[in-house]
Write a protein that binds this ligand. Structure first.
Ligand code: SF4
Length: 602
């Protein structure tokens, strides 16, 4: 097989055994790799209704045909699992320099199953695979863990590490997996699943080359893509120069920047976090993942004050929204410290910021009692809470459960902001109505990336203040295409250069499997539908495809979108049309004829 290794590494932590298995060309053609392959393995191997933090759950690390090549923006891996936050299907992706190593070591996927009695880490050195003791690493933060593993394995250059921090060890439901210090598979609690298996880290050194079906065509293709990268305003300008914080300006000028725990749409102090300020006070240079000519990462160092000398890659837009916006932290250096703490503890900044902001609102209303005040804008309290959450100390034990479970405990369900248990990213759907549908139907909960529907609203292609039905087909098409990108696996920031034709050309040039654009589109639909079927099997229905009550009832309090709410009746019509286009029934269950058309037959 070209582009693929055709091999899976299965690691059983209960038996402390590893084994290699073959992958069939048929499965790879139908599910592509990455997300698609992860969804297929999860659906086939994880029984319904298991506890996501039990040994029965699996963590599936997977890559696709482009990974390990020099196709631009191709350094990604996907990890698929049953989420301890949502109880449903979840996958999370990360970049950096770790992902191509999975392929170079000789694998399309690594399945982690069972649970070790003692902390361990996995050491993959091409064909040599070892499960090693990690007792001395347990309790260490993610940066220390990476450094210690590389040091003890004697190669700080070629070994790359993905690991968890104390949050993952202590089963914080929104713990993430970190690699290359600042890159995270952030969402849905992959780090907690890894912690439940007592797996501290995976270290990989890989030296094998990816075999290509047509080397000459591949070289020409890279030139063609590079031309597109240079001409496209997002990949040539926006990401390399401004990174994701460029979005802080659009979000505040358009009024969709979630502020004061989703009450407002504009943060008065937002200029503290725009790229100009970051270049002046923090950033020193851009940094990219492997094989990326559009480096969106920004390295920086705090120059003065109590945190002087602290080095970071970031902060990203999502961290700025979740702590500056939602918690009203108004000083850049404080936000960077908070970001650094989340990275070291191994916590998803989107969920963590939502949780802390929810705690602030709950404290204000008198529903959450604590031994110290928890007020908006207090960075010291945020730092204290994050440490308590990671260790599950005192109130941190409750806050480690995520907004949905906290709200149920406090009787604050009506004030909780989540979809299916996942806290949302920084796009208020009251000011971006395409996001209302995208948040509601995303299989993993309130995710901004599965459809990137905010781009439709921001571009003006659709009316962002109405629930017009013209957006539904576009959202479906984007979901399908992005499912293919997440399966090949390509970075989402290449979405403007990787259209259906280009994706098909890349796939065929690398694999030689010569599939048509239509077949690739079907693969996207198949992957989305199979993930949906996982949730259907877990008991999810139309009821879960909804938004928090606040978005339907409480108007935004400031900014250009002041007074806006999502209209429930029209939202339901969006949902009806979406289900119809997908070939699902009125409850959101895929119809038998659609499953058979997509060859989901088991
Ligand atoms: S655009 Fe950013 S996240 Fe994507 S591959 Fe490049 S550096 Fe990595």
């Amino acid at each position: 097989m070209y582009g693929y290794t055709g091999k899976i590494l299965r690691v059983n932590l209960t038996k402390l055994k590893v084994a290699e298995e073959e992958l069939s060309e048929e499965i790879l053609k139908l599910y592509i790799g990455g997300k698609g392959l992860g969804a297929k393995i999860l659906y086939d191997e994880v029984e319904p209704n298991i506890d996501p933090l039990s040994p029965e759950n699996k963590l599936i690390f997977s890559v696709g045909p482009v990974n390990g090549t020099n196709i631009p923006l191709s350094s990604r891996y996907c990890v698929t699992f049953k989420s301890p936050l949502t109880g449903g299907y979840a996958e999370s992706l990360s970049g950096g320099h770790f992902p191509p190593r999975i392929k170079w070591a000789g694998y399309d996927a690594i399945i982690i199953e069972g649970r070790s009695e003692k902390p361990v880490y996995l050491w993959i050195d091409d064909d040599k695979v070892e499960i090693k003791d990690a007792s001395h690493l347990w309790g260490r933060d993610t940066f220390e863990t990476e450094d210690m593993i590389k040091e003890e394995l004697g190669d700080t250059k070629n070994i790359k590490v993905a690991c968890i921090g104390p949050a993952g060890e202590n089963l914080v439901r929104y713990a993430c997996i970190c690699n290359d210090y600042w890159r995270q598979a952030g969402r849905c609690g992959a780090g907690a699943v890894m912690g439940s298996k007592k797996l501290k880290a995976i270290a990989i050194r890989g030296t094998k080359e990816v075999e290509l079906a047509d080397v000459d065509a591949y070289r020409e293709l890279i030139k063609e893509i590079m031309k597109k990268v240079k001409e496209d305003p997002l990949t040539s300008e926006a990401y390399p120069k401004r990174g994701t914080p460029g979005m802080v300006i659009s979000a505040n000028t358009m009024g969709f920047f979630p502020t004061r725990h989703w009450h407002k749409g504009v943060f008065e102090k937002y200029e503290e976090f725009i790229p100009d300020t970051l270049w002046k006070r923090l950033w020193t240079k851009s940094k990219g993942c492997y094989a990326c000519p559009s480096p969106c990462g920004k390295l920086g160092e705090i120059k003065e004050g109590p945190y002087a000398g602290l080095k970071i890659e970031g902060p990203e837009y999502e961290t700025i929204f979740s702590f500056a916006g939602l918690c009203e932290i108004d000083k850049l250096e404080d936000l960077v410290k908070i970001n650094d703490l989340c990275d070291r503890l191994g916590m998803d900044t989107i969920s963590a910021g939502n949780v802390v902001a929810f705690a602030m609102e709950a404290y204000e209303t008198g529903k959450l009692k604590t031994s110290f005040p928890i007020r908006f804008g207090d960075s010291e309290v945020v730092i204290k809470l994050l440490e308590m959450i990671a260790k599950r100390q005192d109130v941190g034990d409750l806050l480690a459960e995520g907004v949905k479970r906290i709200s149920e405990k406090l009787g604050l369900e009506g004030k909780a902001i989540h979809v299916k248990g996942l806290e949302p990213a920084g796009y208020d759907p009251r000011a971006l109505r395409s996001m209302a549908l995208a948040f509601a139907v995303s299989t993993r909960g309130a995710c901004h990336l599965r459809a990137c529907a905010y781009a439709l609203d921001i571009s003006g292609k659709v009316d962002r203040f109405s629930e017009s039905l013209d957006r539904v087909a576009l959202i479906k098409d984007w979901e399908d295409r992005f499912a293919v990108m997440d399966s090949m696996v390509l970075c989402r920031f290449g979405r403007t250069i990787y259209d259906w034709d280009m994706l098909t050309k890349i796939y065929n040039t690398i694999t030689g499997l010569n599939i048509s654009v239509e077949e690739l589109k079907k693969a996207g639909e198949r992957i989305i539908t199979l993930a949906r079927m996982f949730n259907v099997r877990e008991g999810f229905t139309r009821k879960e495809d909804t938004l928090p009550p606040r978005f339907f009832k409480e108007p935004l309090e400031n900014g250009p979108a002041k007074g806006q709410i999502v209209t429930r009746e029209r939202f339901e019509k969006l949902l009806d049309k979406y289900y119809k286009l997908r070939g699902w029934d009125a409850e959101g269950k895929p119809l038998p004829e659609k499953l058979s058309e997509l060859k989901i037959t088991e």
